[in-house]
Design a protein around this ligand. Structure first.
Ligand SMILES: Cc1cc2nc3c(=O)[nH]c(=O)nc-3n(C[C@H](O)[C@H](O)[C@H](O)COP(=O)(O)O)c2cc1C
Length: 220
């Protein structure tokens, strides 16, 4: 896959086939991603790949927490509100996802079911957790973003698709405890990965992107 083509065809998927990803493929993806840039080459990423029975067990634990509306305490706090233009995009994103699966906004149960799918990793055979040391600051979070994007693009080149999931980071203590990760490591993001399920209605949803004219200023 050509690089530009990969960037332009990448998208999030929210329905996966149970087909496992070959370990060799995962290792090749991670080898490519090790070339990610980072502030002063500090390489803050600490990566945990969870598949198979372990993934199912972990999913049960966090699904239970999410469905019982257990208190959340993400290491990286989620925004409480957005400026109006970002709020509008976020609302449009929510509405279009519901429309893709034929759910009315008023259908609270269906919306809740949609939220809970995050905690089943959308049926993906593997989930990748990215941790970094708690002592690190903003620039390391920036590095983690670059690493994440490289990861999902490298996976995409193998036909392995993904969904970044901040929602899953709501329960970092349970995840750390299950994985035996010390509290000194903060959970930055979860990324569900696998082969997309062509039958999943949710995968028909496409996000709307701004055009460069809307976000670029040129000076010369
Ligand atoms: C930091 C971050 C967190 C995200 N968290 C979630 C999530 O919890 N659940 C989800 O379904 N998608 C999540 N997404 C995916 C976004 O909704 C998606 O990237 C956005 O709607 C644009 O769509 P695209 O990825 O298909 O271009 C997240 C994306 C990012 C970058």
């Amino acid at each position: 896959m050509e690089l530009l083509d990969g960037i332009e065809t990448r998208r999030s998927f929210r329905g996966f086939k149970p087909t496992p990803i070959a370990e060799e493929t995962l290792r090749r993806i991670l080898k490519a991603v090790s070339n990610s840039p980072s502030y002063q080459n500090t390489q803050p990423w600490e990566v945990v790949v969870v598949s198979g029975k372990k993934k199912d067990e972990l999913s049960k634990i966090i699904y239970q927490l999410a469905s019982s509306k257990a208190a959340t305490n993400p290491d990286l706090s989620h925004p409480k509100s957005w400026p109006p233009e970002h709020e509008a995009r976020s609302r449009e994103h929510g509405a279009r996802r519901l429309k893709a699966i034929g759910v009315e906004r008023e259908d609270e149960q269906a919306r809740e079911n949609l939220r809970l799918m995050n905690f089943e990793f959308y049926g993906a055979p593997s989930v990748i957790f990215l941790f970094m040391d708690r002592t690190l600051g903003h620039w390391s979070v920036y590095d983690m973003g670059l690493f994440s994007q490289n990861l999902i693009l490298a996976a995409h080149s193998f036909g392995v698709e993904s969904c970044l999931q901040a929602s899953v980071t709501n329960y970092p203590d349970a995840i750390r405890e299950f994985l035996g990760i010390p509290g000194s490591k903060q959970l930055v993001i979860a990324i569900s990965i696998g082969y997309p399920d062509p039958e999943a209605k949710l995968n028909t949803y496409r996000s709307i992107k701004m055009k460069p004219e809307e976000f670029v200023r040129w000076y010369s």
